[in-house]
Ligand binder design. Structure first.
Ligand code: COA
Length: 566
């Protein structure tokens, strides 16, 4: 079928559906929801059999839903209506939630039901629930709905609140007053719930040092305490704030300013002028923590395998994070472990250099340069590891430099549900570095190098495995994946031919080095990056500004809008 996606952006859910439907031989074209005239034009040009709205913020024009079947993905259980579905589900501490595929009609979220899928709720950030549970359930529900649509016999179910299996209801849009934190009364659990329910967007509006900030990226602290509402500690990116019954960490803030556009920053960066008196309470990444606390890098060791976790918010890695991670990595290489597993974070493995912190820097060009060099130093440390075998374990998605960083490892495994964006071009024609010109051709054919880099499309773990980009993918569930990774890494460490494998790897590295030194790949890539950062063409700086400030799309790029290529 010809399927048109009408979507606010090509987000992780839209990407996953695009891949799954394309794999099932549907021809999918994408149009961003810009205005009604553009939507009409897209429908006119593509003449779709079906319209799907994976992530929409406005209603579909009546003239379109009357003529075409339009399936809307609503992140709520049957009967749930309103634009804050997941936010309310978290605020109300629902134990089970779901997604529903509805047919667009005159009443928002009240159309006939084509499919639905429920899932158990985790106590987690909204953005994390969306990227895992919602995307997974939505994919199943939408594929079911598409099959039902194709059958031409299925009758969707009208929404009927009298039915015993309809538990959802209409909710008003959630407001900041509903999210508001009372630091003198709310306990830690409630505050965490409020910040989790607003994570990603829009954050919880609060006051710090007399200024308004949106709070994001919160986690529990089990040892520290102080006067409720005061900042009692800082560590790397986060600040620790006391509550009535303990404390919690806040990793990211967005300054609310009426006169200018702002964006999320690490809390310690956003508040840097106010934190001189706040004590730095460091964390030892090699030490097992007795209770919950904030740590973005930590290491665990078992049965001669070392697991290096780097759970950076949104997968963005700034200069200091890359440097810290490299130092810790190098310490591990000097230890007795035989295998190092690079675990990344649960939501993202890595999305490359930190575009927000670059945007905030006095000289974004200089900071881009520092950040990419720090990424390269880390990649180089992994590539040249000669005492251990290395594994990249992708629990979450990876994009741009983050994907190429994973290729620095000897073995790459991903969760089945992982989506990769192995390209840089959409960021203002960025050339990219991280030794991709060495690492990518090592794994995939010449023509696939070209198509991956040029097409700018996402691929899933299965496609990545089939191309040779990664070695294997398995398990959707995070515990299953962690177990399988542990088994794989431990059997690697125990292999009778471990020394031979290590020797083979170092020998191959020497051969590669003789053929063309790593430094030459780096120099060539950085020459192009220098043009991106300092040259006459400002595309990268413009694209980064648009990305960081979340400027709404004014058109859909041709590589997504097939119907506009003709
Ligand atoms: N730096 C800073 N923030 C980043 C980031 C980066 N490199 N990559 C992603 N993010 C942030 C996004 O701004 C978004 O922030 P939010 O919490 O305010 O919503 C969040 O991470 C999730 O990203 P989003 O774009 O919504 O996720 P997605 O699944 O739709 O798309 C990518 C994933 C990787 C395709 C997309 O995020 C992207 O293009 N990132 C930039 C990658 C890049 O060019 N890196 C620099 C070159 S190495």
């Amino acid at each position: 079928m010809k399927i048109l996606f009408l979507t606010h952006s090509f987000n992780s859910l839209a990407q996953r559906l695009f891949i799954e439907l394309t794999r099932r031989d549907h021809e999918v074209s994408i149009e961003f929801d810009i205005n009604d005239a553009v939507t009409h034009q897209a429908v006119e040009l593509f003449q779709p059999d079906l319209i799907i709205a994976p992530f929409l913020k406005r209603a579909i024009p009546e003239t379109i839903w009357r003529q075409y079947t339009c399936l809307i993905l609503h992140p709520g259980i049957i009967g749930d209506r309103g634009p804050s579905a997941l936010d309310w589900a978290i605020m109300h501490n629902q134990q089970e939630w779901g997604v529903t595929v509805l047919q667009a009609n005159a009443d928002m979220d009240a159309g006939d039901i084509w499919a639905t899928e429920n899932f158990p709720m985790r106590f987690a950030r909204k953005s994390s629930l969306y990227r895992h549970e919602v995307v997974e359930a939505a994919t199943h529900a939408m594929l079911t709905a598409v099959t039902r649509f194709q059958s031409a016999t299925f009758q969707p179910m009208p929404l009927d609140y009298a039915r015993s299996d309809v538990h959802g209801r209409l909710h008003a849009p959630i407001r900041q007053i509903d999210r508001c934190i009372d630091w003198q009364h709310d306990n830690t659990q409630l505050i965490l719930r409020k910040i989790h329910a607003a994570d990603g967007f829009p954050g919880v509006l609060d006051t710090l040092f007399g200024e308004s900030y949106y709070l994001f990226d919160a986690c529990m602290e089990e040892h520290l305490s102080g006067h409720p509402g005061t900042l009692i500690a800082k560590r790397n990116h986060a600040v620790c704030r006391a509550t009535v019954d303990g404390a919690l960490w806040i990793g990211h803030l967005k300054h609310k300013q009426d006169t200018q556009s702002t964006f999320k920053l690490a809390a310690t960066l956003a508040l840097q002028d106010h934190l001189a008196e706040v004590p730095e309470i460091p964390d030892d990444p090699f030490c097992k923590q007795s209770g919950m606390t904030y740590r973005d890098i930590w290491f665990e060791e078992k049965n001669e395998v070392g697991y290096l976790h780097f759970d950076f918010y949104n997968g963005a890695m700034d200069t200091a994070q890359c440097e810290r991670l490299r130092d810790i990595y190098l310490t591990i290489t000097r230890s007795a472990v035989r295998v190092i597993v690079l675990m990344g974070g649960v939501d993202f493995w890595s999305n490359g250099i930190h575009l927000n912190h670059i945007e905030q820097a006095a000289s974004p060009a200089d900071e881009s340069w520092r950040n990419i060099n720090a990424m390269n130093d880390l990649a180089q440390a992994i590539i040249t590891t000669d005492r251990q075998l290395t594994v990249a374990a992708l629990q979450g998605n990876a994009g741009a430099g983050g994907v190429f960083l994973s290729l620095a490892a000897d073995y790459i495994y991903a969760r089945d549900s992982v989506i990769l964006n192995p390209h840089y071009k959409s960021m203002g024609n960025l050339y990219g570095s991280e030794y991709w010109t060495y690492l990518l051709p090592r794994r995939v054919s010449k023509s696939h190098v070209q198509s991956l880099i040029q097409n700018r499309l996402p691929i899933d773990a299965t496609d990545a495995r089939n191309l040779g980009l990664i070695d294997e993918c398995f398990a959707v569930n995070s515990e299953e994946f962690a177990n399988k990774i542990r088994q794989t890494a431990e059997s690697l460490a125990k292999r009778p031919d471990f020394s031979a494998l290590l020797q083979q790897k170092t020998h191959q590295r020497e051969l590669d080095e003789r053929l063309k030194p790593l430094q030459s790949y780096r120099d060539e890539e950085l020459r192009q990056m220098q043009l991106n950062f300092y040259g006459f063409d400002p595309s990268y700086h413009v694209a980064r500004y648009h990305f960081v400030h979340k400027i709404p799309h004014s058109w859909t790029p041709r590589y997504l809008a097939k119907h506009r290529r003709l």
